[in-house]
Design a protein around this ligand. Structure first.
Ligand code: FAD
Length: 298
């Protein structure tokens, strides 16, 4: 009854709303049990109104494209608000202002189209601008922080503008990991004028490398673990311990890249979590290194 009442209100605000929605329909891992509500606001205003309306009534989690999340298998009494429709992008010479649901892929391609350089190495990182800022996503020596100028965030009451130096950006971390009350709504990036052909060639080169090295033919959430120190390569260490192909239920340590756990088709969250624990313990025992997950486990 409670959910039916708020369902009406959420529709009125301007949302698509799904009751008891399975997270496996949304995660890149294709894993995850049902959440009470999955809400997709159609605009920033609808997002703010929705967030205010739901806060205090039910636990709320904000997601982008769910490419870095491993939800549990069981029912979760939470409301998930997705930024996927907040996908406006505005080019003002070398400044690019994105709503937080803009896909990193779209940002890379549109920047290339306008001969703007700086995002080549980001090409192929799945997910949204909000998710990329949240974890300071990066690849091939590039990090989101490099091009970021400022973020417009919502703190539950009002909008605040935070300059890049106020965001505590470091390896796979930002202020947003410590302050769950802060929601990224918009971001401004700077780019450099470049040559379209050169930008495109570098992007193609990067995507080729990804297809060669990563098991992109299977659902996953990317690299499972953070690199614990600059000279410790997690994938190589896991491979040395003989884990490639190690399988529990429907989850498997990729045979192509041991830093990835893939879903063979019917993996459960608990299968992935078991593999994670076994690898953590073994790496601690053999290398005396504590691994931390990069993926977010609910
Ligand atoms: C095949 C594959 C390859 C990958 N390669 C890379 C890589 O090379 N480098 C890399 O860094 N990552 C990589 N990833 C991981 C993932 O794509 C990135 O972390 C991405 O930035 C996550 O974005 P998302 O929109 O999917 O975030 P989600 O998974 O939806 O959310 C992740 C976290 O961000 C928070 N969040 C999302 N949006 C907001 C917002 N607007 N405001 C506040 N918090 C928010 C969520 O609450 C959650 O805690 C890869 C994943 C896959 C599946």
């Amino acid at each position: 009854m409670f959910l039916e009442k708020i369902f009406e209100k959420l529709l009125e605000i301007g949302n698509d709303v799904y009751l008891n929605e399975k997270m496996e329909y949304h995660t890149s891992f294709r894993i995850g049990g049902p959440v009470s509500l999955f809400v997709v606001p159609n605009s920033i205003n609808a997002f703010i109104e929705t967030y205010k309306f739901l806060s205090g009534k039910i636990q709320v989690k904000v997601v982008g494209k769910c490419t870095n999340i491993l939800p549990k298998d069981e029912k979760m009494e939470i409301a998930v608000i997705s930024t996927e429709r907040l996908n406006n992008i505005d080019f003002q010479e070398d400044r690019i202002i994105c709503e937080s649901g803009v896909l990193l892929k779209k940002l890379c391609i549109e920047a290339m189209d306008k001969s703007l350089s700086g995002f080549e190495k980001a090409y192929g990182i799945p997910g949204s601008v909000g998710g990329a800022i949240y974890m300071n996503a990066g690849a091939y020596g590039w990090e989101t922080a490099e091009n970021l100028e400022y973020v417009v965030a919502f703190d539950g009451n009002k909008l605040i503008k935070l300059g890049v130096n106020e965001l505590d950006l470091s390896y796979r971390s930002s202020i947003f990991k410590k302050r769950e009350d802060l929601i990224i709504l918009k971001a401004s990036f700077r780019a450099l004028k470049g040559e379209k052909e050169k930008i495109r060639d570098e992007m193609l080169d990067i995507i080729k490398k990804r297809y060669q090295k990563q098991p992109l033919e299977f659902p996953s959430a990317g690299s499972v673990f953070k690199r614990p120190k600059p000279d410790f390569y997690v994938g190589t260490a896991i491979e040395k311990l003989g884990f490639k192909g190690f399988t529990i239920g429907g989850a498997q340590v990729s045979k192509k890249h041991a830093g990835f756990i893939i879903n063979l088709g019917d993996a459960k969250s608990k299968d992935v979590k078991e593999i994670i624990e076994i690898i953590k313990n073994k790496v601690k025992k053999e290398f005396n290194v504590d691994l931390e997950t990069e993926i977010e486990i609910w």
